[in-house]
Design a protein around this ligand. Sequence first.
Ligand code: 3PG
Length: 205
Amino acid sequence: MRKISDCGIVPVAKISEVEQAKPLAHALLEGGIGCIEVTFRTQAAAQAIQIISQNVPRMLVGAGTVTTVEQVDEAIEAGAKFLVSPGFNEKVVRHAMERGTPIVPGCTSPRDIERALELGLCNLKFFPAEQLGGLSMIRALCGPYPGARFMATGGVSEENAPAYLACDKVFAVGGSWMVKEELMREKKYDAITQMCRSAMRRVLG
Ligand code: 3PG
């Protein structure tokens, strides 16, 4: 998890064509971002993870939208270094832990947080962050659980990312704003690099 928090910003990418994987990873690196979450929302996800993990060693590649134990296995076989799930599914979490791959499960309530802490996980995902009350909700949730830390995703943008990252309860932010579907579809990798640079400039102040 240390590596994810070193990156700070985790692009959440929906890769529809495997050919996009390599140029996208290079575009993000060029823009100063060394981490990517490839979501299991397309058929190409596992292969895209494999391509990045085998060809772009500087990129920390993880799998997102992992909602089944089969996807845990698929992601790990493909080379995912971390897993992210939108909700807290105990079967999925336990399976990832048994396989020794870090998982960041979605937790948006005291009940979810307690289940995660009980399993020894304190790095959690807060999704959809903006819609659920953003930073004030994260701070309130951490009151009784001072050990919990969140990766905030959902409605995060270049504008609000710095505020999230300034909070000691937030270890990273995730978002699709720099890898939006139209940029991906039209293969606008230079624009993706520019958006990453701009986000990193803001975050680094
Ligand atoms: C996620 O899975 O974390 C979200 O889809 C990212 O949310 P965003 O598209 O609002 O950035």
